[in-house]
Write a new protein. Sequence first.
Lengths: 749, 226
Amino acid sequence: MSLDTVKHAAETPDAGQPWKELGLKEDEYARIREILGRRPTGAELAMYSVMWSEHCSYKSSKVHLKQFGEKVPANDAMLVGIGENAGVVDVGQGYAVTFKVESHNHPSYIEPYQGAATGVGGIVRDILAMGARPVAVVDPLRFGAADHPDTRRVLPGVVAGIGGYGNCLGLPNIGGEVVFDACYQGNPLVNAGCIGVMKHEDIHLAQASGPGNKVILYGARTGGDGIGGVSVLASETFESTGPAKRPAVQVGDPFQEKLLIECTLEIFKEKLVAGIQDLGGAGLSCATSELASAGSGGMRVELDTVPLRDSSLSPEEILMSESQERMCAIVEPQHVDRFMEICEKWDVIATVIGEVTEGTQLEIFWHGEQIVDVPPRSVAHEGPTYQRPYARPSWQDALQADDAGELARPASGAELREQVLKLVSSPNQASKSWITDQYDRFVQGNTVLAMPEDAGMVRIDEESNLGVAMATDGNGRYAKLDPYTGAQLALAESYRNVAATGAKPLAISDCLNFGSPEDPDVMWQFAEATRGLADGCLELGTPVTGGNVSLYNQTGETAIHPTPVVAVLGVIDDVTRRTPVAFAEEGQLLYLLGDTREEFGGSAWSEVIHQHLGGMPPKVDLGREKLLGEILISASRDGMIDAAHDLSDGGLIQAVTESCLRGGKGARLVVPDGLDAFTFLFSESAGRAVVSIPRSEELRFNDMCGARGLPAVRIGVVDGEEIEIQGEFSIPLSELRTAHEGTLEGLFA
Amino acid sequence: MTTRIGVVTFPGTLDDQDSLRAVRIAGAEPVSLWHRDKDLHQVDAVILAGGFSYGDYLRAGAISRFSPVMATIIEQAKAGLPVLGICNGFQILTEAHLLPGAMLRNNNLHFICRDQKLRVENADTAWTSAYTAGQEISVPLKNVDGRYTADERTLDELEAEGRVAFRYADVNLNGSLRDIAGITNAAGNVVGLMPHPEHAVDPLVGTGRTDGLGIFTSIIKKLVTA
């Protein structure tokens, strides 16, 4: 086939083009022709198709996402906001932290190991591209039913992929979640988060300015993997029939990524780059157009200089390839030699593929012939925007009317005991150590807290003990019942988890996992959830620094539960003051903080005991969450509490079970006045935590809660070898441990 | 004069910073060594840190063993230079034939990360004298190719000569033969250990224990009194 040059395109306006196969709609293709004033070349078509895909352009979601930029709380911690590779917040002492959560859902269903592995690789490069040293990763995961045969295929592959890649990078895996629900059967959610640390002056942005500056591609060679991954995989619904899509999944090489990290950090240290961008979805198409678009506009690239793994690749394929472990840097000419030396030191291939030009066009050449001549903004930042229709689903009212409060409740102590054991051994409430023990949580030697703590925490300065904490949460069952409240509950829980460790929540990143935007029901869920999250962030004072939207998570007509996953980042001045979840000191007093109401809609109890999903999710009171957070942080700083555990899915008994097993100590509990044992144990009212207090601190702690107006009630004491609910039942720790810790191993080992 | 302990960084080494920190906490001067540099920069002892050097491609440790720095280390180890291989470092030492045996994929085929109980079997090596024989310690274990294996004769020889330095004390999830977690050469200057003592030197991080510190204080004491 002859080369489709710009000249050739201008001469052959009527040549047929595969815009449809590349995922473009007819009006989108027409718009490309209008922008260019001619038909696009094959290479230009490839670029527009990937960059205008849902995954890259956020064309369905951006009309809703703009709220995150409009409802911005007054928060002076933000240094870099939405729009860059990742947001950056100030954590004090001259340090800045960048963090983000992204999805790699579709690839992980097709090829669990590589899909999950490259998800980790991608988010780590995003963080690196901001100028930060990646210091930790987290992985919020959702799978289909735990006992479904396909979950046995997907879960072990995903876990091995995250471990195989992350462990080899030397980044501690400090948190995340694992949730099972039949709604994720054909659409597992593999989200990956990363935290990076830098000094304020080291922040790097993805922009190409300064004519004459060199464009350097470095890292792995470009191969045929992941071609069209973005448009084919991330933007269309899976059909049960159709061709195998495996070739579109990228293949990762963590060793190459580790070299890329160390090499890039050394390059940063010597201040050799003017702009930098990682290559992820849409590969070179994305990196060149985004760098040029964010800079002065002009860039000339000699595409035939790109080092290839497969010499038969066409220019279109090179532009679309999503080969992993590549970065693109803009380097002033006088720094090029030193840049190359550092790459050579780390055995990283680096090639000057072009330069920044005076003009405003992105021009790409193939052996001297021009194949791309586009305004970069039209590719990178001016993609289509859709006002997708949305409407409250017709079934929403019936779902909310199906009140979980009407479900049959346990009538005796014996029945309560039986249901507690069922709950704590159910796949969603059981210990996840079989999974998390396949991740390295110790490497780098700064991990202060890791799973199963409420939040992961790493030390970022060995002298001052400054640290950061992160938790990720999201409850699709709550969000299905009410997406607005569900999104706020995800935010509230993540916020509470961070505060429970003693860290002050600063900002959030989100990964919004939903079904098809072409379904008005799903679009309503999305609109409600984003509105809830934006309102919530405004009230809590935690801005959204960036994130990711994953749509089309559905099989045929069936969408997943709307699943907004929220990652809250917090800072702690002195990590030695951190609060763990373990009840470790016998004789300490247990206090329940917050209000407990009869709230069972979407609860773990309703799922495990009744396989029920209906009613309303727990009420949200963000003012209360904030107060609870302040109390937990103060109590940690002033040494008033030795353990704290947030209350969320599974309620009080789940939290107490986890804290007792973690500390190896039992607890004797008394049902407080005004509550029945069932509500006390299983209610999922938000804004609550349980804390363990040394007797000497009880008065001071009570005074603080009283003065601040936070309900705090003494519910028992850390004691013995069993959990006893006075007058109801008791369960030996050994029995709880067997129930809680054996489930996942039994299912997946 | 302060004791200088070198930590080698190969491409893909991950726990080098942790080992350097452990050396510093124990009271010696940590020195970074680079795989391409044959010069050991007058260090008194060398640590081969954990990680996935060269991505563990081909076989864990198989490529690193041929790097320039290893040529010097192999030569000097034979002349008595104290060398400790942790995890991937242990794998490199077996590939370099400074220690016998080899590592296979763990019994359960998974990466294992846990707080591991060990029994110190030989407290007379350059790296274990701060412990007493029979002492139990807990240090993090994290590896995927940690199943120590050797032929029966070699194993019998190791046992007979007291060269099993550490054994798994509670469970042996790797599936190592005779529960072996670490061994020494006949001279006692070269020790390989699968679990990570450098992650158990600071009560604030890792598992919250400092049981691994003895490894580093052992070598300092030996070098200072030598």
